[in-house]
Design a protein around this ligand. Sequence first.
Ligand SMILES: Cc1cc2nc3c(=O)[nH]c(=O)nc-3n(C[C@H](O)[C@H](O)[C@H](O)COP(=O)(O)OP(=O)(O)OC[C@H]3O[C@@H](n4cnc5c(N)ncnc54)[C@H](O)[C@@H]3O)c2cc1C
Length: 523
Amino acid sequence: MPRQPLPEEIEIELGLDEATDPEALRQKIGKKLGVAPSKLPEPSVLRRSIDARRGSVHFHLIVGLGVPQESLGGAPPREPSGTGLPVVVVGDGPAGLFCAYELARHAIPVVVLDRGKPVQPRRHDLKGLHQRGQVDPDSNYCFGEGGAGTYSDGKLYTRAHKRGSVRDVIELLALHGAPETILVDARPHIGSNRLPKVVTALREKLEGVGVRFEFGARVVGLLQQPGRITGVRLADGRELAARAVVLATGHSARDVFGFLAQAGVPLEAKAFALGVRIEHPQPLINRIQYGRFADHPKLPNASYRVAETVEGRGVFSFCMCPGGFVVPASTEPGELVVNGMSLSRRDSPYANSGLVVGIEAEDVEQAGFSGVLGGIELQRRIEQAAFAASSGALSAPATRVTDFLAGKGSSTLPESSYIPGLTPTDIAPILDSAGLKLAARLRQALGAFDKKLRGYQSEEAVLIGVESRTSSPVRVPRDPQTLEAPGFAGLYPTGEGAGYAGGIVSAALDGQRVARAIAGLGS
Ligand SMILES: Cc1cc2nc3c(=O)[nH]c(=O)nc-3n(C[C@H](O)[C@H](O)[C@H](O)COP(=O)(O)OP(=O)(O)OC[C@H]3O[C@@H](n4cnc5c(N)ncnc54)[C@H](O)[C@@H]3O)c2cc1C
């Protein structure tokens, strides 16, 4: 009887103590397929995930058989062909950087402007935030080379698969120094100790083909002729002419929304989310998720994801960082904003996650803010309330989960990863300072989350305020075909700030998409 051809891919489950070397894999595959291991082509792991459902924990692999090794990163960037005005990309976050890379793949001349500093000097300003509570409005966790992505956690999963090639983005990151595990992990992660090197390597590659990067270059206005954007105006008074302007300024560049509104560029209010960062001891989350396997040396620190609808609004975990740190993400003095990140080893003793409530346009109005920029005012109100409750130097107001559920403040707090320190207080009035029922919704949701993750409502868990920069409260509409702002030819809003992305990969994909539209390849 003719032998069945071998499949190109095969799914394999591995126990935590089973060997993962190629020879052990070959044995396992041979057994599953009923083929002598020596007759199998070279196995290569294409996808790896952890399955911790139904009381057992194991690795789930998709293994390719004889898959040819391909080179990473697709078409390389090229020197510009011909002369002419450059495309000016404003913002060097993932959207701007990947837009510039894609433009250079098409040999289009590019200048990238960013208000912040390059990676290395930016690090000193982050130290100032942590150690002295000093906020530089141009150089912080959101602004500077690589944007909010550089010192972010570096989780790379996205649901934006229809918007471009996620694989291309992941390969480019791997090609420029991210660990190759991101090519196979179902939940890829880089870590904020490695991201700066990746961002620098991408910039150096682009500089090598003539892309110009300028830091400390804050754009304060647009140059325009009727119906057309022709360049940008910088804070130092310079004007730069451009064949097209890509606006990739992120969700925290509130001044940019201001000058867009003044120039008459259409803006729309958009739903966003507000809340707190919750921090638990990591061993507690490991016990909840892995049960009796919690201490197994092969298992990474566990993550979780929870969501619940409470009185018509989503309450959900956001940007969960196992083995991570809570960080001060304020971009202006007088406001207190927190976020989360982790190093590549994800080995701090704490697990943190955003825990946020969806905010709709009617909530913004109910809070007394009107107009398309009302959402920003709402964010600001709550961030300022958090700052006012701080005991100083960006010490963050915080309440134990158990006290929060009992409707009172805390007088003591557990240890935390947040370097500026925590101020024990009652976080509920801060959350409710805009007149919305955020605290009540969070309380109800915490009850539901504890049913899914038994022990989540621990006395050792603490709510830290406030998590207000989950996404942009504003969208800059664009023509669905050309991706330009309607009525403003040559202006291409992109990335998270413009409302087209919610993370590193989706921002990168959107930047690439805009570049292809500029190159005349359609969107
Ligand atoms: C602490 C932290 C952790 C995060 N963790 C993750 C994660 O694990 N996974 C994930 O997918 N996402 C994460 N994010 C979110 C992610 O970083 C953003 O979604 C992403 O960076 C958005 O990309 P962007 O290019 O649209 O904008 P940004 O990254 O915000 O970049 C905007 C850039 O524009 C520049 N800019 C702003 N205004 C001007 C101006 N007027 N002139 C010139 N330049 C200007 C800024 O300096 C900045 O560099 C995290 C964010 C933070 C802060």
